[in-house]
Design a protein around this ligand. Structure first.
Ligand SMILES: Nc1ncnc2c1ncn2[C@@H]1O[C@H](COP(=O)(O)OP(=O)(O)OP(=O)(O)O)[C@@H](O)[C@H]1O
Ligand SMILES: [Mg+2]
Length: 418
């Protein structure tokens, strides 16, 4: 049974650009010419009873606007919206609370708005306060609440009134980890009791865990709708491509964490530019990052294939050149470093004017999400540098899951009862 039906909905906002106006214009109330911005463009969506649907998309794509339309705070310009059942919503922080009233008074007001009578509210009041863990703060006016406390109160009310449909916009992120976990458990409970949930979040891990279905909104339109894994992966690929374009445009140069002291020996050796040294008998002329299909890239998904290509040119005849690559985190923690000598990869001797490409292939880039800096080098067998590029390059890694650390260790879990 469909409980939410959005058909061909368009919603625009008039935006008045600020510009200097004369006193006369102000008195006469003349406004600047409005520009129309379409926040949702011909969007259709149906949600069945008991479904948990995630909405994802970049900032400004229209997610909150859609939730406000479902709540009835906004009306569409065109199209229709049908929502059946008792709706409880957690929109932006602060929406729905009166700042001068205490937490307790706000619970009464909110629950009444959601359709509970006084007796019903009284019966639930203690549960709501207990769940929020606000204790004595419940007697303080909410204007003095921290954003996390605000969220605790809003979440506790929203779930305790046992809604048929629960709309959640991004607010869980301000809760501390323990409360977030408690909210997530509560949402899973509501879900198993048949509550329909629409969940907006940038926490893709939480979204994948909670949702049966994910809808991706991009530039005011629904661009995908389906299984969480598939849509989230597609979205992440899109994000990393977008990020990649941006990085390539900016030709990204990231400075490593300056709080980390630079080795004094290194400073002495650095005679040319700050992050490049060596006698240049062999020169690294270019460093290119690509995926397995030879597309230039600087944003990778965790586990994706990465190629680092070092273009070089020899100025002299060189015996036994050694090429090396090392990867560090943005705060200078070494993730991995190796060279062709360590790996016993024999590089043929170079003749004067030889040009070529040394490729470092990582079949599965098993790093957690973050920004990484890369150094590359070519030196002789004793470590005398021909050309060393110290942390001159960088790439980003994004991931669907929230594991932490640097390297994704291959692992398995085993559980045994004894
Ligand atoms: N009341 C309003 N007046 C003018 N423009 C608005 C209004 N509400 C939203 N917009 C615009 O509509 C677009 C969509 O906004 P919306 O809040 O729905 O984005 P969102 O997907 O929720 O983004 P975020 O991830 O940042 O929360 C934005 O460009 C925003 O500036
Ligand atoms: Mg929003």
């Amino acid at each position: 049974m469909e409980v939410i039906q959005v058909s061909n909905v368009t919603k625009s906002f008039k935006i008045y650009k600020e510009r200097a106006s004369t006193l006369k214009e102000r008195i006469l109330g003349r406004r600047n010419k409005a520009e129309v911005f379409t926040a949702l463009d011909n969007v259709s969506l149906t949600i069945s009873k008991g479904e948990t649907v995630g909405l994802l998309g970049r900032n400004g794509s229209g997610k909150s606007t859609l939730l406000k339309l479902l709540t009835g705070i906004l009306y569409p310009d065109r199209g229709t919206i049908d929502v059946e059942g008792k709706v409880s919503s957690l929109l932006e922080l602060g929406a729905g609370f009166h700042p001068d009233f205490t937490g307790r008074e706000n619970i009464y007001m909110n629950a009444a708005i959601l359709g509970l009578n006084k007796k019903e509210i009284k019966a639930k009041l203690n549960d709501i306060i207990t769940f929020s863990e606000l204790k004595d703060y419940i007697e303080n006016p909410v204007r003095n609440y921290s954003s996390g406390m605000y969220m605790r109160l809003a979440f506790s009310v929203a779930i305790m009134v046992e809604p048929d449909i629960l709309l959640i916009d991004e607010v869980l992120a301000v809760g501390d980890t323990a409360f977030q976990q408690k909210c997530m458990d509560q949402l899973l409970k509501l879900k198993s009791n048949g509550t329909t949930i629409v969940f907006v979040s940038h926490d893709l891990g939480a979204m994948e865990k909670l949702c049966d279905r994910v809808v991706w909104i991009n530039n005011s339109k629904v661009v995908d709708d389906g299984s969480p894994r598939r849509v989230i992966d597609k979205y992440l690929t899109y994000l990393s491509e977008e990020e990649n374009k941006r990085l390539i445009e900016e030709d990204m140069v990231i400075e490593p964490d300056s709080s980390v002291p630079i080795d004094e020996l290194e400073v002495e050796e650095k005679n040319e530019t700050a992050n490049r040294w060596g006698n240049r008998d062999v020169e690294i002329t270019d460093v290119i990052f690509t995926d397995g299909q030879n597309n230039k890239k600087l944003g990778f998904l965790s586990g994706e294939r990465m190629h680092i290509k070092l273009k070089f040119r020899a100025k002299k005849n060189i015996e036994n050149p050694v090429f090396g690559v090392s990867i560090v985190t943005i705060n200078n923690i070494h993730c991995y470093g190796t060279n062709t000598s360590i790996d016993q990869f024999v590089v043929k001797d170079l003749k004067q004017s030889d040009q070529g490409e040394m490729e470092f292939v990582v079949p599965s880039l098993d790093l957690v999400s973050g920004t990484y800096l890369v150094s590359v080098a070519v030196h002789d067998i004793n470590g005398n540098q021909y050309d060393y590029h110290d942390k001159k390059y960088s790439f980003k890694v994004s991931s669907t899951i929230n594991d932490v650390g640097i390297v994704k260790l291959k692992h398995i879990w085993r559980f045994r009862e004894i």
